[in-house]
Design a protein around this ligand. Structure first.
Ligand SMILES: [Zn+2]
Ligand SMILES: [Zn+2]
Length: 111
């Protein structure tokens, strides 16, 4: 299969990348677009803040990277509901941490 120019260049920033994997976008633009989609949903009044990268304030759309937030609030790495205060608008909101589960198996005889 021959890749076209559009397949190998981001349609937003024009950078050469694996655009064919990400719907025509590079990884940076994909992250940006992801955040834009979340903010759009907040503006439309139906916040869809589900993200594996950002914790987004459901009031003002201010985003912190989840990994950064966990440095300050390690409890965010624990399954369940947590409370955060937005640094931008000062409002408190709930964060639900959904921790993915991984499994590894071992044979009975390996102790
Ligand atoms: Zn790009
Ligand atoms: Zn906020």
């Amino acid at each position: 299969m021959a890749l076209s120019y559009e397949d190998t260049h981001c349609k937003r920033c024009g950078k050469e990348c694996t655009a064919w994997i990400n719907d025509g976008l590079c990884y940076d633009c994909l992250r940006e677009k992801h955040l834009e989609d979340i903010r759009e949903s907040i503006e439309e009044g139906e916040p869809d803040t589900f993200s594996d990268e950002y914790i987004v304030c459901p009031y003002c759309g201010s985003a912190v990277e989840g990994t950064d937030a966990m440095l300050d609030f390690p409890e965010l790495g624990v399954d369940g509901e947590h409370e955060l205060e937005c640094e931008e608008c000062g409002k408190k909101f709930k964060v639900e941490s959904l921790i993915s589960v991984d499994w590894e198996t071992h044979k009975m005889e390996d102790k």
